[in-house]
Design a protein around this ligand. Structure first.
Ligand code: GCU
Length: 709
């Protein structure tokens, strides 16, 4: 078991959280790699905390245990009462149907008053059961309670790393990485696997079961991971495997040309397909449980099927065909838009692009293609409507992509707990009240036009799961800002159980990360962290781009304000502010027609100025500064008020943190303190630039007479 070296922060698995398990008599029963891992974890905990752990390989008499981990089909000496328990009806995970199925990870946990038992059909269930018991802490061993079955909502819960092997002088090593270098690659080669193992362990403990280890923008060096550098990838896969995580690779659509020496990458060309088939077969010889490919095609300069006059379905299917009989999947990204737009051209709307490209292809993708859709139609802004693509493709497996790395949400210098944003997205109902949520679509649950809802997994296609762009790097705190660890944790937990509230996930994270024996986390620290973090996403929204308008960041690095930074560029991200008003008219009546991409009721809600939610107003409408919001304020006064309020909230956060210096390890306290200083500075800069900009444009004074520059 890897206990991270002292200089590496243990994140949500400090050794003491294992004391409840480690002080007991623990039996681990069953065979398989992940059962070995469970046993190693339990044995290490017992070595630390005075308990005892043993394997129950044979039916020989076992000493009595307090905690049992057992595979259901295994003979379970000493737990006869469980032999009569019925096996659960549904064994496969919701999106496990069909090609590229993920192993069943469910488990049952129960307590009869003397013994706590975790039962699973498959070893992966025991692994997740172990971390469930860790989260329960002492309550796992108190009283008696009936069996509860835990089952992940989405079968595949994946983290994408935008890591490069080579270091770019401008972008650094990790694209949009704010936590140091890559966890996987250093000095041009695979790095210290001990750190990778510690990372895999953290991820398993929050429910992640798949990952890519290289950037979706596949550069020259990284392209070779697929072929001649496969051994390095295999070494990483071997470490991840011990924590139930399958490795996927980002690949370039042009690989048959750049790596294979062919004259074309045309997906219809038999030589191209043969190249993908042979290359993929070699990958599976080396990594038998390889997960599949992630492809960014025809997007921001990456090659794709358009170059050969082919559709994205034809492109994706060619790779899917090569993966299919190995059990692999293609994650094909829907982030396709024209990044060379003429800013004068008002007929093109970047928000429309993914739907326009992909919705007509619904039903054309092979079963092992997963269309990976960013949660919003633009690009991970602090506030966007949910992407209409998610509702538009009932015949396609859809994965929803979230950005854990804080590219547009403060770059891990600002505290911004993102679970409330993700939870809003996951609980959004694209077809209106009573119909499926986004989380259910990602889990493979669809509305059936004929018969209303269909049950999870029973629909014509499965789900694609949830994908997050990782925020972790080789920083000793993993995430640069130590409190940004909560975002990584929350991603995994919400992917497993999207119905969890952001506050309860944060509470779990606090309980583990700041655990202090014997009594746990001091209440004052717990309360302070909630007070700082629960509302931090909305605070960030208040002092940055207002009312859903998006993209007022500095071009290139995307940190800090630059209101017109993108206004006259080819990137398709405009706010159209002038002396009279601001916002993008995306209505069907007078604008770009984007609202019509939504099914009812949302097409009507977003179209109507008086029904559109305030927080998305400027995403859908161009309005005058004097327009009155649903909250009674005018647009211009709302901009001033929220920007002043947002900065005050950050100043308050910093004060709260100062007040718990006695309860937090000094280096961690200092690191967070420095980041809060920068957040106060940065938020002030946002406030002053945004307020000055709109004051100068509109000429409308602040009703409260505050200082605007
Ligand atoms: C954003 C980000 C890029 C990234 C891209 C993507 O545009 O700024 O760095 O490559 O998203 O998701 O592919």
């Amino acid at each position: 078991v890897t206990t991270p070296p002292p200089e590496i922060h243990p994140a949500w698995l400090p050794p003491q959280v294992f004391r409840h398990i480690g002080s007991r008599r623990c039996l681990v029963h069953g065979a398989g790699t992940l059962v070995e891992t469970v046993f190693e974890e339990v044995a290490a905990a017992c070595a630390d905390h005075g308990g005892s752990a043993w394997r129950g390989r044979s039916p020989a008499r076992q000493p009595p245990a307090d905690l049992v981990f057992a595979l259901r089909e295994a003979d379970r000496p000493g737990c006869a009462r469980l032999r009569h328990e019925p096996a659960p009806a549904a064994l496969s995970t919701a999106d496990g149907a069909g090609a590229g199925a993920v192993e069943d990870e469910s488990f049952t946990v129960s307590r009869d008053g003397a013994v706590t038992t975790v039962l699973a059909e498959h070893p992966a269930g025991l692994l997740h059961g172990l971390f469930h018991v860790v989260r329960l802490g002492e309550s796992a061993f108190a009283g008696a309670w009936p069996a509860t079955r835990q089952r992940p909502a989405a079968g595949r819960r994946m983290l994408d790393h935008w890591d490069n092997v080579a270091v770019d002088p401008v972008m650094g090593q990790v694209e949009r990485g704010y936590a140091g270098g890559s966890l996987f690659w250093r000095d041009g080669a695979a790095r210290d696997l001990g750190r990778v193992r510690a990372y895999a362990r953290l991820l398993a403990a929050c429910g992640v079961n798949a990952m890519t280890v290289n950037n979706v923008n596949v550069h020259r060096t990284e392209a070779h991971l697929l072929t001649d550098r496969l051994d390095e990838v295999a070494a990483i896969a071997a470490v991840l495997r011990r924590y139930g995580i399958r490795l996927h690779l980002s690949v370039s659509f042009a690989a048959p040309v750049t790596l294979g020496g062919l004259a074309t990458a045309d997906p219809a060309d038999p030589r191209v397909r043969a190249w993908w088939a042979a290359t993929t077969a070699r990958v599976y010889q080396t990594i038998p449980d390889f997960g599949g490919y992630v492809v960014k095609a025809d997007s921001e300069g990456q090659p794709g099927p358009f170059g050969y006059g082919r559709s994205h379905a034809e492109g994706a299917n060619a790779l899917a065909e090569a993966l299919e009989h190995h059990g692999g999947v293609v994650h094909w990204r829907a982030f396709v838009y024209n990044h060379r737009q003429d800013w004068r051209d008002r007929s093109t709307d970047r928000a429309r692009a993914a739907f326009d490209h992909f919705a007509p292809l619904d039903g054309e993708f092979r079963e092992n293609v997963i269309l990976q859709v960013k949660y919003g139609p633009i690009d991970f802004q602090v506030r966007e409507p949910v992407s209409p693509v998610i509702a538009a493709m009932p015949g396609t497996r859809v994965a929803v992509e979230l950005q854990v790395t804080q590219e547009y949400t403060g770059q891990q210098r600002h505290l911004c707990y993102l679970a409330p944003l993700w939870s809003e997205v996951l609980q959004f109902r694209p077809w209106g009240p009573g119909a499926s949520t986004v989380a259910e679509v990602a889990a493979g649950r669809r509305p059936d036009p004929g018969a209303g809802e269909v049950a999870a997994g029973a629909g014509p296609v499965g789900g694609g799961g949830l994908v997050g762009v990782s925020n972790a790097g080789d920083d000793p705190y993993w995430t640069g800002h130590p409190l940004a660890q909560a975002n990584l944790y929350a991603f995994g937990r919400l992917a497993w159980a999207p119905e969890l509230t952001p506050g309860s996930v944060l509470d779990e994270w606090i309980g583990l990360t700041f655990d202090r024996p014997p009594g746990g986390v001091p209440a004052r620290l717990r309360d302070t962290l909630h007070a700082m973090m629960d509302g931090s996403w909305r605070t960030y929204e208040r002092y940055t781009a207002p009312l859903g308008v998006g993209f007022m960041v500095r071009p290139g690095h995307h940190y800090g304000p630059d209101v017109d930074g993108y206004e006259y560029t080819p990137w398709g991200t405009y706010h159209f502010a002038d002396r009279d008003g601001v916002g993008v008219d995306r209505t069907s009546a007078t604008g770009t027609g984007f609202t019509a991409q939504y099914p009812p009721p949302w097409c009507e809600v977003y179209e109507a100025l008086d029904r559109c939610p305030d927080e998305l107003l400027l995403f859908f409408h161009h309005v005058g500064y004097g327009h009155t919001l649903g909250n009674g304020s005018t647009v211009i006064q709302h901009i001033y008020d929220t920007h002043f309020a947002g900065v005050e909230e950050v100043v308050r956060m910093r004060g709260l943190w100062a007040g718990v210096a006695d309860l937090v390890e000094p280096r961690l306290h200092a690191r967070v303190g420095e980041r809060l200083d920068e957040q106060v500075r940065g938020a002030g800069e946002w406030r002053d630039q945004i307020n000055a900009y709109f004051h100068r444009k509109s000429g409308v004074p602040d009703a409260r007479g505050r200082r605007i520059f």
